[in-house]
Design a binder for this molecule. Structure first.
Ligand code: ADP
Length: 467
């Protein structure tokens, strides 16, 4: 668990740093593109204004100025004569409303800009806004301030226009096209004209999309690579610990017959045994039995390491399936399965099938020995054989200790031993089921397990009648 954390934690932290760095880079690119976008429109707007001035001698606000001029000439004396403060304030509001409405409606700049943008092949849809900074009426050198922008947040900047956006005037989403100051005998006006391109977000996104896609892709690639490396590393670790367990079990398994043989050899040297023919026979039998066991273990390991190097090859023969299984079970019953009660039921639709009798015997034997090994006293084993579709199915059930769900996922792996790893309560090397799986697969079939801890296990081998 500790090892897992030492790899996982730095990995996750690095990925988070990478994501943050990507966010910073992409937002930087976004900002840059946004500014470039504004700059482009500002330049086009200046060009448009110059064009207008050159060809028509106007900036688009001449009519508005004229209207405001004549309105001011009429209103300035009126306001100069009002002494009541609240009445004066109310009139000032009316005046301001008039000025903003005129500046917004009686100008030709918006229409011209839109046409100019279209002619330049850039987005022509935008909303415009007029921001009044200062407006005062003048009557006989007396100045009557109507509106002063204090340049403070919420100071009541007088805005007019079609803008529905909530952005602050002059914020990045709005582009300043023109600032203007006009003055005559009746008024002084200072205002700014802004535009806001409707599809700006989408257009900037389109320009940023390549960097965005690249950054998302790089994050995904790094995460995927990390996950793959992490999984491989974990698998390596598991395999290495399985190998250590295997070596421990193996040493134990080999040492037992070896020390029996050593002791038996010493026994034969003892003077009181040398002349005892019966004891010599018994000891020789013991040595023989242990040597066979030793040989079996070594063969099994050699065979498995050979499978790793070469393709697993089987020699198939036509056999009578029920007869073959019965013989294997009988043999087992009279040999190492003497303590078990074994029941058999068969229902094969086709009497004959093709399989390698030697390997098939090993497969059934391994399952039967496990059923005995992992059951307490008086194991009850049930062997069932039947046909399902094109397959022969053989099920071997026991009433033993069962296998937990987690172990069920791994028991067919090489060297895997459930739970205890290298505890020698049940002898074994963790190769029996690996062998079973390999043999079943070499016949084109498979093996599965269903089990409940404490209730017993059922192994199901499925082999097609014909591959
Ligand atoms: P081994 O028996 O040498 O440990 P196997 O590959 O035959 O190796 O089995 C792998 C593991 O599966 C065993 O360690 C055991 O925990 C579990 N197992 C196999 N068969 C049974 C069974 N019939 N009942 C309970 N557990 C079993």
């Amino acid at each position: 668990m500790k090892a897992r954390n030492t790899i996982l934690l730095p990995g996750i932290i690095s990925i988070i740093i990478l994501i943050c760095a990507q966010i910073i880079i992409v937002s930087g690119i976004w900002k840059q593109k946004d500014e470039m976008f504004n700059l482009r429109y500002r330049i086009y707007s200046q060009d448009a204004l110059e064009y207008m001035d050159r060809n028509w001698g106007t900036d688009g606000f001449d009519t508005a100025r004229l209207l405001i001029g004549s309105y001011s000439a009429k209103t300035a004396p009126e306001l100069a004569g009002i002494t009541n403060d609240s009445l004066l304030e109310a009139r000032k509001k009316d005046v301001l409303y008039f000025v903003t409405t005129v500046l917004t409606r009686e100008q030709d700049l918006s229409e011209f800009l839109s046409a100019y943008f279209e002619s330049q092949g850039i987005e022509k849809e935008f909303s415009s806004k007029v921001k009044i900074n200062y407006f005062e009426l003048i009557y006989n050198d007396r100045r009557i301030p109507i509106f002063i922008n204090q340049e403070q947040p919420g100071s009541g900047i007088q805005e007019a226009g079609k803008l529905k956006h909530r952005g602050r005037p002059g914020s990045t989403s709005q582009i300043l096209v023109k600032g203007d100051r006009s003055e005559n005998n009746n008024f002084r006006l200072d205002f700014e004209y802004y535009i806001d391109i409707r599809d700006k977000q989408r257009l900037v996104l389109r320009e940023t999309s390549f960097s965005l896609a690249l950054s998302v892709f790089s994050i995904f690639a790094v995460v995927a690579l990390f996950m793959k490396t992490y999984r491989n590393l974990m698998m390596e670790k598991r395999l290495s610990s399985l190998k250590t367990d295997f070596i421990n079990n193996m040493t134990h398994e080999l040492k037992t017959p070896l020390s029996t043989i050593t002791v038996a050899g010493k026994t034969l040297e003892m003077p009181q045994v040398i002349n005892d023919g019966k004891r010599i026979m018994e000891t020789a039998k013991l040595i023989g039995k242990q040597s066979v066991h030793l040989n079996q273990l070594i063969n099994m390991i050699l065979e498995i390491s050979m499978w790793e190097r070469t393709q697993f090859e089987i020699e198939k023969k036509k056999v009578r399936i029920e007869e073959t299984i019965r013989e294997i079970v009988d043999c087992f019953r009279n040999g190492s399965g003497q303590s078990a009660s074994i029941s058999e039921t068969y229902d094969f639709s086709s009497a004959e099938m093709e399989l390698d009798p030697v390997y098939f015997t090993t497969l059934i034997n391994n399952l039967l020995s496990n059923a005995v090994k992992y059951s307490g006293d008086g194991p009850e084993i049930e062997v069932r054989g039947f046909t399902s579709g094109n397959n022969a199915v053989i099920m071997i059930s026991d009433n033993g200790i069962g296998i937990s769900r987690t172990d069920q996922r791994h028991i067919f792996e090489k060297f895997y031993r459930a739970g205890s790893g290298n505890i020698h309560k049940y002898k074994g090397l963790g190769l029996g089921l690996y062998y079973v799986k390999k043999i079943a697969e070499a016949h084109g079939g498979n093996v599965t397990v269903s089990s409940r801890t404490g209730k017993g296990s059922t192994f199901t081998v499925t082999i097609p009648y014909k591959i």
